[in-house]
Structures are given as C-alpha cells and as structure tokens.
Design a protein around this ligand. Structure first.
Ligand code: HXC
Length: 259
C-alpha cells in the first residue's frame, strides 16, 4: 500500500520490514510519519502471516528525533491538552508482536526512544545514539530518561541526558542496550533473519514471552516470577504446547496453529 514516509515489505517467512523513509529530514519523526508507522504496525498485528516486525531507517539515520520544526511553536496547552507523544509512543509500545529495531546512523532524541521501545535492538557499527533534548531546552518525552536508566544504569543515563553527548554503537552493545552489533551492510538482513526465526514459532508462545518480560519491568521480582509461572501454566491450555512437546517426543517438526 502507498505510504509517503515509510516503506514496508513482507518476507515469505513471516517478517515485516518497515523502513523509515524521510531522507531529507534524516527521518525526523513528524506526525504523518508516526501515523503511518502506527498504521503499518496495526496491520502487522492483525495479519496472521506476520510473526515479527523490523523497524529500520537508512545508513545515515535511523531517526534524528521528533520533528523540531513541527514542535517548535507548540504551546503548553497544545502539548498537554493533546498529550503530545503519548498518542504515538504508547501505540508502538503496546504492539503484541515482537519488534526489532535495526539502527544504522543517528538515533537521537525520539529516534533513540523509538529504538528503545523496540523489544530487541540490533545496531550497525556506525550507529550513533543520544538524547540531545537538553540542547533544545527540553528533556526526553517518549520514555528516554526512564528506559535508558533502566537499561544502562543511572550514572550513564544521567550523564547522557544532561550533556546531550552521543554514544556509539559499540557502547550501546557493551552496556547491554543492544543485543547484537553488525557491520552496517549486514544489519538489516540479520534483523530480518531474527524476525523470521521468531515468526517460525507459535505466535501464542511468542506473545507470552514478550508479555512476561515487559510486565516484569513493572513488578517486583517475586511478583514477576509468579506472573511468569501463571502465564506458563496457561500455555498448557494451548494446542501449540501439546503440538510442540509431542513433536519433540516423536522426533518431528512441530506444526503450529497459533492457538
Ligand atoms: C527536523 C531535522 C531534524 C529534526 C535533522 N533535520 N534533524 N528536522 N527535526 N530532529 C533536518 C535538518 O534541519 C536538515 O534539513 C536535514 O535534516 C539534514 O540535517 P543536517 O543537520 O544538515 O545534517 P548533519 O549536518 O549531517 O547533522 C546531523 C544531525 C543534526 C547531527 C543528526 O541534523 C541534528 O543535530 N539534528 C537534531 C537532532 C536532535 O536534536 N534531535 C532531538 C529532537 S527533540 P534542511 O532543510 O536544513 O536541509 C526530540 C524530542 C523527543 O526528539 C520527544 C519525544 C519524541
């Protein structure tokens, strides 16, 4: 279908690739781009042939942030009244199928936040991250300060948000923010391969993994472990648990029904 600011393509093994495509503005996240991104994610959610999504940008920029030119004249009542940012960031975060962010180039401000909203972050060796909002007289507004601190610790998150300095792909990987690091030209195909691997499993079990890990961030350890166990128990009511375990015992490949 025809999008203006993103490109989408589906692999025959169940991965959806979404490329942010606003090259003249380094993929700055203007409202129409976000509307298209949410639309594509919503379609992926209901398309049973898709198991996982990869979001990427270009080699130069994943996304250079929210669109500063669009934002600059907002008043407090515009921002607060319409709950600016909430309407897009929560939608990305609330998608139930896994999202892999494949980041080459700049991931700044809202771009860094979008990358951190994804379930898995893969980086190209030349990627550059940062929360430069402080240089614009504001602060991160789509979870950057919170997700960064939880992912890499208070000391580094505080320094990054207070200085606006960028950090490298290698640092993102060394600090545990990124799951894997690749040469730039291999990044997207490796991310798609991982999405296809995820898509080859039972959608019910995949959804449950994402749910329990994310829910855990809002819970204490004991509650999180209990929650995981209850969801684990519930999977014994699924067809795919019977199929997965029978297939193992019978030494054959499982045939998932996603139910
Ligand atoms: C609007 C942007 C933009 C942005 C770049 N552009 N970032 N437009 N919003 N965030 C535009 C430039 O204005 C320019 O347009 C074109 O993209 C190319 O950018 P250059 O600056 O010429 O490129 P370069 O010299 O290579 O520098 C790259 C850069 C720099 C270091 C990434 O563009 C930059 O600092 N961008 C701003 C990054 C930032 O502050 N992001 C945080 C935004 S606040 P023209 O028309 O001049 O060619 C934010 C708040 C989040 O994200 C809140 C929740 C979402």
């Amino acid at each position: 279908r025809g999008y203006e600011f993103i490109k989408t393509s589906k692999s025959d093994k169940g991965a959806l690739l979404i490329e942010l495509n606003r090259p003249k503005a380094l993929n700055a996240l203007c409202t129409p781009l976000i509307i298209e991104l949410n639309q594509a994610l919503k379609e992926a959610e209901t398309d049973s042939s898709i198991g996982a999504t990869v979001i990427t940008g270009s080699e130069k920029a994943f996304a250079a942030g929210a669109d500063i030119k669009e934002m600059k004249d907002l008043s407090f009542s515009d921002a607060y009244g319409k709950d600016f940012i909430e309407n897009w960031s929560e939608q990305v975060y609330n998608v139930k199928k896994p999202i892999i962010a494949a980041v080459n180039g700049f991931a700044l401000g809202g771009g860094c936040e979008l990358a951190m909203m994804a379930d898995v972050l893969y980086v190209g060796e030349k990627a550059k991250f940062g929360q430069p909002e402080i240089k614009l007289g504001v602060i991160p507004g789509a979870g950057g300060s919170q997700r960064l601190a939880r992912a890499i610790g208070k000391a580094k998150a505080m320094e990054i948000c207070l200085t606006g300095d960028m950090f490298s792909a290698q640092q993102a990987y060394d600090w545990g923010l990124a799951a894997k690091i690749f040469p730039p030209e291999q990044l997207v195909s490796e991310a798609v391969k991982t999405a296809e691997k995820i898509a080859s499993y039972s959608k019910i079990a995949v959804k449950a993994v994402k749910e329990v890990i994310n829910e855990g961030y809002n819970l204490g350890l004991d509650q999180g472990i209990k929650y995981e166990r209850r969801v684990f128990h519930s999977l014994f009511g699924s067809h795919d648990q019977k199929e997965g375990m029978s297939a193992f015992a019978e030494k054959r490949e499982p045939k998932w029904k996603d139910e």
